[in-house]
Design a protein around this ligand. Sequence first.
Ligand code: G3P
Length: 217
Amino acid sequence: MKFFVDTADVAAIAELNALGMVDGVTTNPSLILKSGRDILEVTKEICSIVAGPVSAEVVSLKADEMIAEGRKLADIAPNITVKVPLTWDGLKACKVLSDAGHMVNVTLCFSANQALIAAKAGATFISPFIGRLDDINMDGLDLIADIRTIYDNYNFKTQILAASIRTVNHVTECARIGADVMTAPPEVIRKLASHPLTDAGLAQFLKDWEKTGQKIL
Ligand code: G3P
């Protein structure tokens, strides 16, 4: 499973990228707001750090305007993925932009039917939002599993990009189901390394090591 980092925080991206943890980046208008930076400027900087796909989201509601915005975003760097919302106009923009050779990430997906039509419109990535379904007492992971089955039934090439990931358990389950990509905030990716038994075991080893009176360096 590929790891994308869901942030526009350049320092966090650079740190995770140096560890080989970043296959791509996803941003959205809320993450741009959080960064406090200009979208074109920060996206360009992210593209200079990360070799894989970097999603930048359009903000218009009409297909023609989304296409114009998508073209401008795609001019930033060759690894830009234009992110469009899962609306009828978003699907029109997806088709035009993907036919023109751009990578397109169709976002705000909450149903298997939405994922099916995004694939038919030529989406490179579909972004089902797991956490937001969990928030309304539905099971976001069931949606990932349904999309996996449907895409495999018909050999759709659209990659399932599991988004709105809030917990390390979401990451494990997405990997078990076979999501192609997961995008998570930096803090969730860091938490993947944590285990209380690792901490307890390390504390015991260090206590015993101190008793030996030895040094390695
Ligand atoms: O990738 C989409 C993500 O940014 C949304 O996450 O936690 O706001 O639902 P969240």
